[in-house]
Ligand binder design. Sequence first.
Ligand code: CUA
Length: 357
Amino acid sequence: MSGGGESPVRAARTPVSQMLGIGAIASVLGVIAALLIDWFPTAASEQAGPIDTLWDVLLIASVPVFVLVVTIVLYSAFRFRMRPGEELADGPPIHGNTRLEIIWTAIPAILLVALCSYAYVVLTDIEDAKANSLPVRVVGEQFTWTFYYQGEDGQEVASNQLYLPIDRPVNFTVQSKDVLHDFWVPAFRMKIDAVRGIDTKLRVTPNRLGTYPVVCAELCGLGHAAMRQNAHVVSPDEFDQWLSDRPSGAGPTASAGGSEGGGGEPADGKTIFTGDQGRCGSCHTLDDAGTTATVGPDLDEVVPDLSKDEIRTSIEDPDAEITDGYTPGIMPQNFKETLGEDGVTALVDYLSEVTKR
Ligand code: CUA
C-alpha cells in the first residue's frame, strides 16, 4: 500500500465505533425482547420468585454478550469482506496485544464469578431447612411417580397424586426404582434427579392453590412422555382430610378425578380410569371412556377375553402377561399400591362391565 501511516488507523476507527454502536442498540433490543418473553408457567411456590429474578439477571448479563459477538461477526464479515483484487491487501499479520488479552480474559472471568456467586447464594437460600416441614417421599419408576406420606399411625400412605397443603414447607426425598428420572413441578421451579440407590432432596413451599403438572424431566425410556401426574395445592384442612381418608399401608380410596381432588368419594371405576388416579386413558383405547390412545393394548379388543381375575392381574402385575406386539415395562407397576384394593376392584368391575360383547 502506498498510503501514509495514518489513514488505515482512521479508516479502522470509524467501523469500530459503528460496530459498537450497532451492537449496543441491538443489545438493548435483545434484552428487552428476552425480558418480554413469558418463560415460565404460573409461579406457585415461595422459591419461584428468587428463581425468576435469577433468570432475569442471567438474561440481562448474557444477552448483550451474545448479541455483541454476533453483531461483530456479521458486521466484520460484511464490512471487511474481500473483494476481487484485494487478496494481498491485508498487510502483515498482527500478533499479540497484551492489554486486549487481559481485558477479554478479565471481563468474562468477573462476569462468571459474580453470576455463579449470586446463583449459589440464591439456590442455598431458598432451600434452607424450615421448621414444621412436611416430609414426602417421591419414588420414580418406569413410568410413574408414587408419593408417600407419613400416616397418622406412623405407616406410610401411598398416592399417585401429589397433595400439598398451602404455605407449609415440604421436604421431598426423591428416589428411583430403576433408571434416572427427574422430579419436576415447573410451577414450583424446582427439580432434581431421581437416582437409583441414593436419596436426593428438594425443598419447596407451595404458596398458591391450584393443580400443577408433575413432570419427569429426564429421558427415561419409551413411556417418558407419559410420566406426568398432578400436584394439588390445597388448604391445610383439605389436606388433612385427604390424608386421613387414605388407608395407610394399602393405598388410597379413589378420590374424584380431574382437578377437583380432595374428598373421600367412593371408588368409581370410570372416574379412576379417566381421572388422575388411574390415567388409564392416556395409554389405552376404551370406547366407554372415550379414549383413543394406542400406547397400550386396545381394551375393547383384549378385555372381553379376560376373566375378572385376569383383568386384576393385568392391572396389578402388568408384565405377568404381555399382549403380542406390546413392550413390557411400560405400564406402571404401582396401581395395586396407589389405587388400593377397592380402587382396583372398582376398575376391574368397570372394565369387565363396559367391554361385554
Ligand atoms: Cu421418568 Cu422420564
